[in-house]
Design a protein around this ligand. Sequence first.
Ligand SMILES: [Zn+2]
Length: 314
Amino acid sequence: MQDRTIIINNTPIEKGQQTTIEFNVARLPTHTTIELPVYVYRAREEGPVLLLTATLHGDELNGMEIIRRMRVEQTIQPQRGTVIAIPILNIFGFLQNSRTFPGGKDLNRSFPGSQNGSLAQRVAYILIHEILPHVDFGIDFHTGGLNRSNYPQVRSVVTQEENRLLAQSFAAPFIVNSKLRDKSFRKEAEKRNKIILVYEGGEAMRFDEFAIQEGINGTLRVMEFLGMREGSPEANRTIWMKTSRWIRAGYGGIYHPLVHEGESVKKRQVIATITDPFGDFEYKVRTGESGHVIGLSHLPVVHKGDALIHLGVE
Ligand SMILES: [Zn+2]
């Protein structure tokens, strides 16, 4: 809850003000400077501060589009409190269609960061030291990896009540209980008593209209839950997943999924086949237990042990 002036990158932002702040994060070998734009929307009335971050992995684009549409449609402007939005956290990866920072650094394993460290650590440092102190809650938008798509879902440690309530207010089709990983943004935020929901929808390098729309709707529901706006789209009937696991290829070959993202599956159901490329053999892939397809690989050529279908278990 911020009543006073918010100061980010030496720029004061008063109630009722909206502004763009550009962090100078790096100077490339070509002298080109790289800036990280941060959009701040403060209502006149006080209320919570909600952080929206996207494209932490540079090839995960749906979240950037979620924030863009909310800006264009002006739904990002709260009636109470403040929204801080960072549409592209990994500018470097974004320009190169890459998940990581230069040198293969994963920003989500670089927290809490360092002022004099690698580029990823510097961006992590800005987020932790310049932005996070002002924030009460956050939504960090992700997608599945390359050729792997996730059905719209929120990930959170749902055994903690505040997390559970916030995840519930987002009301994505699925909520997946998910542990905190070392050096991740979510874990470092949690240490500072800030709750960050991770939203996952769609896949890397591709816009997924359903995942984008669910991301916008969920964010508006969170804003209503936090008292930042009135009215939001009708909630989904959420299915809660206690745990999740990948079903892996038992053989190398050509993988043919027989289910879609979001589908419910029964124990022992045939959910995919693995054939050879020429028509000589076909193996059936079955589930070990019933659950829901929360993520799915679309890559036909698989080796033994490759992740095929991500199964959420209630
Ligand atoms: Zn990601």
